[in-house]
Ligand binder design. Structure first.
Ligand SMILES: NC(=O)c1ccc[n+]([C@@H]2O[C@H](COP(=O)([O-])OP(=O)(O)OC[C@H]3O[C@@H](n4cnc5c(N)ncnc54)[C@H](OP(=O)(O)O)[C@@H]3O)[C@@H](O)[C@H]2O)c1
Length: 288
């Protein structure tokens, strides 16, 4: 079984809690359009438990995945988080509402954010949230009100650490003036590096960078992927090369590939064992 700790990918920590640098994202577990129940809940529970057995201890979720489908599956998979699930570091998010498949609408009213923190705690079955992301800034509400409420929830012990998602450097700086920001979660992968500047800022300021869509929703994993040729050299799958590149791009990057497939999960975990040569790393960097 792969042990992420034992390889070059290493670990990251927030507030003294350490986790392996390759995590798992639960967004592929609900129904189509990230809406409704899982088409195969037993398999979803197995994927979550197998992720932990393979050494993953950082899991990213959100109340809006389903809504609540992913959180409830986690509660089912991990029970009361005792034993081997005791060390899990869970990030979840608030601030996006759902009106149907693939529809996401930001709502940042403090009372709503507070309700969603409470419902995250209840659906996950935890007393406190390790890391809470503001999923999207609601442009209709002052940022100080949105993050101010999360800061208040932090002082009440319901939230340990705070992050922001899909932000510009300016928004990240504005957020830092309101509350301590431990992590940022923006879209970033080999073929989508629009937020390179946010990554560079995060690296310079010791903020963990969690790239969402690390596999470009599967495009980078497909057989015809731009990474297919390099993957052959390493007797690896294109998805593994996409993840290995992210891990080598910066020590503060924490990829959270999503999958509902046990074989894909194993492949993704094993990607942490791949060390790209400098020339292959550079060749991939030049693909953009
Ligand atoms: N903050 C935000 O706004 C935001 C937005 C989107 C996502 N996220 C987070 O980021 C995580 C990752 O994003 P994502 O899951 O949407 O996209 P992703 O990780 O880029 O790609 C997931 C897709 O790739 C496929 N896949 C995964 N591993 C594979 C492998 N080894 N070989 C072939 N195909 C593979 C999956 O299908 P199978 O199920 O068939 O493997 C799925 O279709 C999410 O789970 C979520 O936690 C955050």
């Amino acid at each position: 079984m792969a042990e992420i700790n034992a390889n070059h990918a290493g670990t990251l920590s927030i507030g003294g809690k350490t986790f392996n640098r390759l995590g798992y994202g639960t967004m592929q577990l609900p129904g189509k359009g990230i809406w409704g129940p899982s088409p195969d809940p037993d398999n979803a529970v197995k994927v979550l438990q197998e992720a932990v057995d393979l050494g993953i201890n950082f899991i990213d979720t959100a109340d809006s995945y389903g809504p609540f489908t992913s959180n409830l599956l986690m509660h089912q998979a991990f029970g009361d988080y005792s034993g081997k699930y005791n060390d899990l570091f869970i990030s979840t998010k608030v601030g996006l509402t759902r009106q149907g498949p693939d529809i996401w609408t930001p709502v940042g009213r403090p009372a709503y954010l507070r309700q969603q923190v409470e419902l995250n705690l209840r659906s996950l079955g935890v007393d406190s949230i390790d890391l809470l992301f503001l999923h999207r800034i609601d442009p209709a509400i002052p940022l100080a009100d949105q993050l101010g409420e999360l800061k208040q929830l932090q002082s009440e012990g319901k939230v340990q650490h705070i992050g922001v998602s899909q932000v510009t450097v300016e928004e990240l700086q504005a957020a830092e003036k309101i509350v301590h920001i431990d992590a940022v979660q923006n879209r970033y992968n080999v073929t989508d590096r629009a937020d390179e500047i946010v990554l560079d800022y995060a690296e310079a300021h010791n903020i963990i960078f969690v790239p969402w869509f690390p596999l470009a929703t599967g495009k980078l994993a497909a057989p015809g992927s731009v990474l297919a040729k390099i993957a052959e050299k390493y007797q690896a799958q294109p998805a593994q090369i996409a993840l290995a590149w992210l891990l080598q791009r910066s020590k503060i990057i924490l990829p959270i590939p999503g999958t509902s497939n046990l074989e894909h999960l194993k492949e993704n975990v094993a990607a942490a064992n791949i060390e790209l040569s400098t020339s292959d790393f550079d060749a991939i960097s030049n693909l953009k």
